[in-house]
Design a binder for this molecule. Structure first.
Ligand SMILES: C[S@@+](CC[C@H](N)C(=O)[O-])C[C@H]1O[C@@H](n2cnc3c(N)ncnc32)[C@H](O)[C@@H]1O
Length: 260
């Protein structure tokens, strides 16, 4: 199996706008904070598959880790190269053009394998998770961020798109329009945790990401002080029920036993 169902070369600019806006930043902050906590002092070997424009590569390299970004879109990879050159982190970063189904890392393992905002665009999560899990070192973690199938219709209902919301809520259908104008597929945290177990990993507590701010406009860019408060409330909600179940995205983390 090869290549994504979506040509990201055509959405790079849209993605950058989303990624740098309030909603994108909330997601990056919450996921990066969790990963930095899980990785400890390091430096850890990190692989970020489908790294896009390199936002998480940059954040984790800035935290002192050695990060490899793998990305299928050459356009996205160029954006990542530019961003990383500006941050002067090249000595800790390697960027590789690669498809998640054909990763060129035979014989290598990583202390963290990340795949954020990618499997929702792929036909299913089982094969990608199996491929990623193989690259997790003993004691290392697998970090998956994707659309949360528990929260179907929530964004649409809060945005007043009632027909779409009721159709999704009544059917439980998880495919819906994503941020970039492509239909995306959701997974439940339970399913992702089961896939992790099937691949020899032990699930850690999962997070719901963006419970209260997902329905805001794409160009929502709050003042720094407001953003900090929004982040505080989203972080608190991310690990607690019933809030985390309503997050637009689900972040699962699973660890391979150190003596595995
Ligand atoms: C929504 S972006 C997320 C980027 C980044 N991970 C982040 O969280 O900001 C999805 C990325 O996955 C990449 N992608 C999609 N299918 C892929 C595949 N089969 N193999 C590798 N990367 C893929 C796309 O090119 C795109 O850069």
């Amino acid at each position: 199996m090869t290549t994504p169902s979506t040509d990201f070369a055509t959405v790079g600019t849209d993605y950058a706008a989303y990624s740098e806006g309030g909603r994108g930043l909330l997601r990056h902050e919450i996921v990066a904070r969790r990963l930095v906590a899980e990785l400890g002092d390091g430096p850890a070997r990190v692989l970020d598959v489908g790294c896009g424009d390199g936002e998480m590569v940059l954040r984790l390299a800035a935290a002192g880790h050695h990060v490899t970004g793998a990305e299928v879109s050459s356009d996205m990879l160029e954006r990542a190269e530019e961003k990383l050159a500006a941050a002067a982190l090249a000595d800790r970063v390697r960027l590789v053009e690669a498809d998640i189904y054909e990763l060129p890392f035979a014989g290598e393992v990583f202390d963290a394998v990340c795949c954020h905002g990618v499997v929702m665009y792929l036909p299913d999560s089982a094969e990608p998770v199996a491929r990623l899990a193989r690259l997790v070192a003993p004691g290392g973690i697998l970090s998956i961020l994707t659309k949360n199938a528990l929260a179907v219709g929530v964004r649409e209902a809060l945005q007043g798109e009632y027909d779409s919301a009721v159709a999704q809520i009544e059917s439980g259908r998880t495919a819906s329009m994503g941020n970039l104008g492509y239909v995306t597929r959701g997974d439940t945290p339970e399913h992702l945790d089961r896939l992790a177990r099937d691949n020899g990993l032990t699930p850690l507590p999962w997070q719901g990401v963006r419970t209260f701010h997902d329905h805001l406009p794409k160009n929502w860019r709050p003042e720094q002080e407001v953003f900090a408060k929004a982040l505080t409330v989203e972080w608190a909600a991310s690990t607690r029920s019933p809030y985390r179940e309503l997050g637009r995205l689900v972040h699962t983390v699973a660890r391979r036993e150190a003596n595995a």
